[in-house]
Every structure is written in structure tokens, then in C-alpha cells.
Design a binder for this molecule. Structure first.
Ligand code: GLC
Length: 751
């Protein structure tokens, strides 16, 4: 039963839409809007509702499959479908577009796909790419993905996923950029620009889709699809910035999310979709539901049936229905019952058709269907090489005691031990598209073999399985280790332990893998552990006792070559973590940009003055922004371009300092700028990332790095949710990680 207040909302919106509906059409004067209006005028109500309906295709199901459905091609021919997803390859795409061309008005279909980290070439998972902090590289990776996908008939990717995540138990952390809103926003922008290119309509550009709107990453307990409950202050400060960045970058579509937010399912949340997205932010694209999420409002207990679900969803601003059939089966009746005005349907259809015109689909419905281009665009050597470079830059060096890395190519014997040494398809991670792993994924074993010297012997022992408790392989592993000069262990999760519906309560290195590491380390040989996973894992014994540790995530097609490049020093690792690594699940959620509290844990011995656990240090295992190099960097000589440290009005102040490579390897450093509003109402975090610079330096080389501070860089949300920089003292912290501040300065912002 819809509550009284909601009915009032509908009536209010009904009146608004009669006005707004005219406004949208009357004011739009671009050629495309005229074409849209002309087409809309010809459409029957059934055809309009058909444009708001999206079906899954025949390649794969990425959600719960609806049973007992009719013939989708027939429905397309009848004009009852506006978009499909999961159709692989131009031949299949053509079959579906041919059906659309048989409909009365020949309105072309959109073809969507989860091109999350590559299409045919698989790039590192997004959480790994984020560790590169390299916006140009990330943008180019999406450019390549878009080129490959659009050559295969896809014109819409359900990416970038821009959900901020502070809980590594959540399996979908692998899809995003981690815990920070500033970095997440920069990466969202880079990904949208990469996918959409200079403008939609080019045959190598696809529509991007900012998802999942909103706050899906804050699911309680890290359990996928779970409820989210937070203040608007946290929503705006932490979870919305990447979506706004995607919108500012011109993202064509948004996808809402499965979760309820403060008691209202996101799919039926008019605050998110109308007040914020289409109102305050003036979004002109369209919103697609997540798979079945309109109908799932019944499960939420928010509506009684699909009839009410359709009414709530369209009233809240959801334009297209992915796979729930709520719209196609109920909108016509809702309109006849006076519960949904035709102007609301027209507004959604206008948004959808506008994108089809922008893509150029009405001028040529087959522009993305070119078998010749498909053959020549996939797996191009230069793009494969780029994927290797992207993978190298995604690797994070967590530990390198006694400089056990890089390895010499003159080693006599290297033992490669562990269940992931010869892994191939695993390296693609979740949300990778189905290609033959034999054909285009390089394993660690293969990568190392290509690079060892002629006199070096490689031994192999799996040692154990990823999850199995059997220790039967330990003896062979220990025997191999004893014959070797150095041991490289490839350990981690299974690729389907992260991704959608893959939350875990225990994120320790699975199975008996850490026991194997202990047993091999007991041989006294130098051990390097490479960890592969889609999330931060917990591996405390390894972190305390193994001299060399690399976090390799899931690096995609070129992972083996990239890992070998780093192991042998062809590339000096430069990755920096974008999610905090906890010591225990008990610490979660743990993130760097927390408030100070009234009793901050200044050290682990404080008694009453410690907002901490009595059984665990309060610090994380590895902090946000952390990552080592084979070389070292020194920061010095902090200077300001002003004698005063006060800025007012729209003045700026620039700080510069020297960064010097004080080691013996060329390397890249990501210099991070954190700020802290020392007194603020409402509270501001003890650190907030607000800028960063990547700098590559030769051994002994120094470079002066400059950061310019202005009001915008210091701003935050006030109690009225205005984004302002209030007067006061701000601490500026320049560091190599959020926990490794090298230089700092306090400035005053007046008035
Ligand atoms: C899935 C995911 C969403 C994806 C969609 C289509 O359930 O939540 O991210 O884009 O369905 O595959």
C-alpha cells in the first residue's frame, strides 16, 4: 500500500511534469532535440514504453534470469524493446538490430555490456589500475576498451563503477577505485572520457554509465545488496563526488543501485534521481535500473507488486527498466489509471532517444556492426603492449627488506611455488569477458620463463590449492625451495572470490597458503610472495616475516609479463594502495579519512585516551596511499610563493619542495597532498587527499614539485550541504602515503 505522503508526492510530481514536460520540449532547440520531438510525436504509447524496456541477450546472464519469457526477437520486431545487453560479437548484434529494423518506426537498439576492465584485451581490475594513480593511463585503457567493444557491436558500457568502498569484505571493491572521494572522482572522469572519447557518435566511442547510484559500496557488513544507512553529510562528502565528476565529464547514462538508502531503495529514490541528479546536477542523459532492481522493490517491501514498483520507479526518475519487465507490463495501465502522466513517460523516452541520436544510430543503425573492423580492432599488438604497461603500474610493492628485489637474471635456480604460478584465466579477474585464456593471457610462469637468463633453472611446485586444506604438496614445495637460490610464491584468492555477490566474512589468505609460506620460509631461502586477489586480504604472518611482498591484484591479459618485468627490475614498481589494508576483519571499516574523535588513539599505549581495540594495534596493516619502490625518495626544501601563510578571498598560495631520488634505480613517486581543517563544524577528517603529482626521477635526480592552494582545494560541505571553504586554519601535509607525511605547513584562510 503506498503511504499517503507518497501519493501526495505523486500528485505534486504529476502537476510538475505537466509543466516540466512542456518546458523540456519547448526549450530544447538543438537539431537532435527537434528530431527526438518529431519521432516522439509519431510514437504510440506502446512504442514509447518499449524504449524504456531492456532485455538480456543470449551470451551470458549477469543477474537472476527471468523465467518463461516470450521470444525476445519477436518483441523487438513489435517495438517493445529499446535496449539489450550481453550480446557478444557483431554477428549476434546484427541479428538483434535486424529485428529492430523490422519494427514500425525502425528505432535502433542500444547494445550494453559490462566492459569493466577491457573487452578482448583484459586490463587489470579497476582497483588495481587505481593504484597506478595515472589518469592518462587509465583513460587510455578505457579508450582501448571502447575501441574493441564498439568494433564488436557494443555502443554502451555499464562502466565506470564509481562506488566508494571502505569495506574489503564487499566483493565489488575490485570494480572501483577504492576509498577516497577525490581520487575516485579523478578516476571516474578519466574513465568516462576514455570510454566516450571526444564525442559520442564516433565508431570507436561507447556511452559510459556511472554506477551504482548511490552509496552501494557502503552496504552494511560489506554484504552485497545489503542496506545502507548514512547521513546526507557523509553521502555528499564521501559517496557522491565520483558521480558528480562522471557527470561533469559528460557521462551519458547513470545506473541506480540495488541497495536501499536510509529506508528507500535507490531505484525508487526520487531524492537521488530527481532532486540531486536531474535537478541540482541537471543531468540530461538517462537512468537505467540495475538488473531487475525495479521489481526487487517488492522484495525490499517497499511496494506491493510490479504495478506499484513501476509507478514508484518512474516517478523517482528511473528511465529504463533492465530485465524486470515492470515497465513493459504496467506503465500503460498506470497511465490509464491516471497514476503516471504521459509527460513522465515522454521525458524518459526523450532522454533515451536523445542518446540514440547522439550515437548516430538513426543515421546508421549498423554503424557499430562491422565484421572487418571487429577483426582488425581486437588484440592489436600496441594495445597489448599498453596493457602490459598498465599492469606493471598497477603492482604495489608492499615490502622489500634486504633488497631481495629485484631479482638478478643470473640466478642459478628460482623455485616458483604456489597455486597461482601457472594461473592464466584467473588473471583476468571478475567481470572479464569470455575469451580463450590459452590465446591471450600470460601466466607468471610464462612471463618469468621469457626473462630468465640462459643459465637459470626454474623449478615449479604448486604446494597447495587455493582453498583446499590438503598439505600433501608441501613436501615437494619445500624440496624445490631447498634447491633454489630464491623462492617466488604466487598466492591469493580465486578470481570469483571477488566481484558481484562475492562478499566474504573472512578475508585472510585462504586455505593453508600461509602455512605453506611459513614452511617454505623455514628453509631459510629468500622468499618473495606475490599476492593476487580482487580485494585487500589479510596475511599478517607473511607481512611480518617474508622479506619481499608484491600485491598484484588481477592484472589481466599481460599479468605474467608485467610481474616478471617488476621481479627482474625492468620496471620499478610505483603503485600506491587506494584502499586501506586491515590487520583483522575486526578493524573493518577502517579508512584513512576518519574523524579525530574526542579521545584519539595517539599511540597504542594510551589507556582511556584511545579510540582503539585493546587486542590489536589501531593502525592498519597498510595505509591508504602506501607503496614502496626499489629506490627511495627524499622531500626537502619546502618553500612558499608568499611571505604570509594567509590567503583570503580568491587568492592562492603555492608551496614547492624538492623530491630527490636517493637510491640507485630510476623510479616514479606519487607525491600526495592531504589537508586538514583544524577546526570545523561539522567535523572534517584528520586527512583529506586533495591533490597528487606523479614524478619520475633518475638516481640522484631532484625535481621541484609545486602545489597551488586555493579555496576550492580546502572546501567541504557545511551543515546546509553547501560546498564551501570556511575561514580557519588548515594543515597541509605532503607525503608518500597517508601515513608517511614528509613535509607540512599550516595556513590560514580568512573570511
Ligand atoms: C549486474 C550489476 C551491474 C551490471 C548489470 C548488467 O547485476 O549489478 O553492475 O552492469 O547487472 O550486467
Amino acid at each position: 500500500m503506498i503511504k499517503a505522503y507518497t501519493q501526495a508526492t505523486f500528485i505534486f510530481l504529476f502537476i510538475c511534469f505537466t509543466a516540466v514536460g512542456n518546458y523540456v520540449f519547448a526549450q530544447s532547440d538543438t537539431a537532435i532535440d527537434k528530431r527526438v520531438a518529431t519521432l516522439l510525436a509519431k510514437m504510440t504509447l506502446d512504442e514509447k514504453i518499449g524504449q524504456m524496456n531492456q532485455y538480456n541477450g543470449d551470451w551470458d546472464a549477469t543477474g537472476p534470469v527471468t523465467k518463461d519469457v516470450g521470444n525476445k526477437l519477436d518483441e523487438i520486431r513489435e517495438g517493445r524493446v529499446g535496449a539489450v545487453l550481453n550480446i557478444m560479437g557483431t554477428a549476434h548484434v546484427k541479428t538483434f538490430q535486424d529485428a529492430a529494423m523490422k519494427s514500425r518506426l525502425k528505432i535502433p537498439l542500444l547494445f550494453g555490456q559490462d566492459v569493466i576492465h577491457g573487452y578482448r584485451i583484459t586490463f587489470p581490475i579497476p582497483l588495481a589500475e587505481a593504484c597506478s594513480w595515472d589518469m592518462d593511463m587509465i583513460e587510455k585503457a578505457e579508450r582501448i576498451a571502447a575501441t574493441e567493444a564498439s568494433a564488436s557491436g557494443i555502443n554502451w558500457t555499464f562502466a565506470p563503477m564509481v562506488d566508494i568502498a571502505r569495506d574489503p569484505r564487499w566483493g565489488r571493491v575490485m570494480e572501483g577505485a577504492g576509498e577516497d572521494p577525490f581520487l575516485g572522482a579523478r578516476i571516474a572522469s578519466a574513465r568516462v572520457t576514455g570510454f566516450q572519447g571526444d564525442s559520442l557518435g564516433s565508431t570507436d566511442a561507447v556511452m559510459a554509465c556511472a554506477k551504482h547510484f548511490a552509496a552501494y559500496g557502503a552496504a552494511i557488513g560489506g554484504r552485497d545488496y545489503n542496506s545502507v544507512d548514512m547521513s546526507n553529510y557523509t553521502l555528499w562528502s564521501i559517496y557522491l563526488p565520483p558521480f558528480k565528476a562522471a557527470l561533469d565529464a559528460g557521462v551519458a547514462t547513470f545506473m541506480n543501485s540495488f541497495n536501499d538508502l536510509n529506508g528507500i531503495p535507490a531505484t525508487g529514490n526520487s531524492y537521488l534521481q530527481r532532486d540531486v541528479l536531474k535537478g541540482k546536477w541537471d543531468f540530461k542523459g538517462f537512468v537505467v535500473s540495475d538488473w531487475g532492481s525495479i521489481g526487487e522493490m517488492i522484495n525490499h517491501g517497499y511496494v506491493k507488486d510490479n504495478y506499484e514498483a513501476a509507478q514508484v520507479a518512474i516517478t523517482a526518475g528511473n528511465d529504463m527498466d533492465m530485465e524486470s519487465r515492470s515497465y513493459i507490463n504496467n506503465l500503460k495501465q498506470l497511465m490509464a489509471d491516471g497514476k503516471v502522466p504521459v509527460s513522465m513517460i515522454d521525458e524518459s523516452v526523450t532522454r533515451i532517444l536523445r542518446k540514440k541520436f547522439e550515437l548516430g544510430l538513426f543515421d546508421d543503425p549498423y554503424k557499430f556492426i562491422n565484421a572487418q573492423r571487429e577483426r582488425t580492432s581486437l588484440n592489436r599488438p600496441e594495445n597489448v603492449e599498453f596493457a602490459r604497461d598498465m599492469a606493471r603500474k598497477s603492482i604495489v610493492l608492499l615490502k622489500n627488506d634486504k633488497q631481495v628485489l629485484p631479482l638478478s637474471k643470473d640466478l642459478k635456480t628460482i623455485a616458483l611455488i604456489g597455486p597461482l604460478v601457472k594461473a592464466k584465466k584467473e588473471l583476468k579477474g571478475f567481470w572479464s569477458l569470455d575469451v580463450d585464456p590459452k590465446e591471450n593471457v600470460v601466466s607468471l610462469w610464462e612471463g618469468m620463463q621469457k626473462q630468465i637468463g640462459p643459465l637459470t633453472k626454474m623449478l615449479y611446485a604448486p604446494g597447495c590449492d587455493i582453498t583446499d586444506a590438503s598439505r600433501i604438496g608441501f613436501a615437494d614445495a619445500i624440496a624445490a625451495a631447498k634447491q633454489a637460490d630464491v623462492v617466488v610464491m604466487a598466492m591469493g584468492e580465486k578470481p570469483d572470490m571477488t566481484g558481484e555477490a562475492k562478499s566474504k566474512s573472512n578475508i585472510h589468505l585462504p586455505g593453508v597458503q600461509e602455512e605453506l609460506i611459513k614452511a617454505v620460509a623455514a628453509t631459510g631461502k629468500p622468499v618473495i610472495v606475490i599476492l593476487m586477489a580482487g580485494r585487500p586480504m589479510i596475511f599478517n604472518w607473511t607481512a611480518d616475516n617474508v622479506p619481499g611482498i608484491l600485491y598484484a591484484w588481477w592484472l589481466g591479459s599481460e599479468g605474467g609479463d608485467a610481474m616478471a618485468d617488476v621481479m627482474f627490475g625492468a620496471y620499478n614498481p610505483s603503485g600506491k594502495l587506494t584502499m586501506t589494508f586491515p590487520r583483522s576483519e575486526g578493524q573493518i571499516p577502517i579508512y584513512y579519512n576518519h574523524y579525530n574523535t574526542g579521545r584519539p588513539a595517539l599511540n597504542d599505549n594510551d589507556l582511556f585516551y584511545k579510540s582503539a581495540y585493546i587486542d590489536l594495534p589501531n593502525s592498519p596493516r597498510y595505509p591508504f596511499g602506501y607503496g614502496l619502490s626499489y629506490t627511495t625518495f627524499q622531500y626537502s626544501d619546502l618553500e612558499s610563493d608568499k611571505l604570509t601563510s594567509t590567503i583570503k578571498d580568491n587568492e592562492t598560495i603555492s608551496f614547492s619542495f624538492l623530491v630527490e631520488n636517493t637510491g640507485k634505480y630510476a623510479g616514479e613517486e606519487t607525491v600526495q597532498l592531504y589537508i586538514r581543517a583544524l577546526v570545523s563544524q561539522p567535523l572534517r577528517p584528520v586527512k583529506e587527499l586533495r591533490d597528487f603529482r606523479k614524478v619520475r626521477l633518475l638516481p640522484g635526480e631532484k625535481r621541484r614539485i609545486v602545489f597551488t592552494i586555493n579555496r576550492a582545494l580546502l572546501a567541504g560541505y557545511n551543515n546546509n550541504l553547501d560546498y564551501v571553504a570556511h575561514p580557519g586554519d588548515y594543515q597541509l601535509m605532503f607525503g608518500s602515503s597517508s601515513a608517511d607525511i614528509r613535509l607540512q605547513k599550516t595556513i590560514q584562510l580568512v573570511n
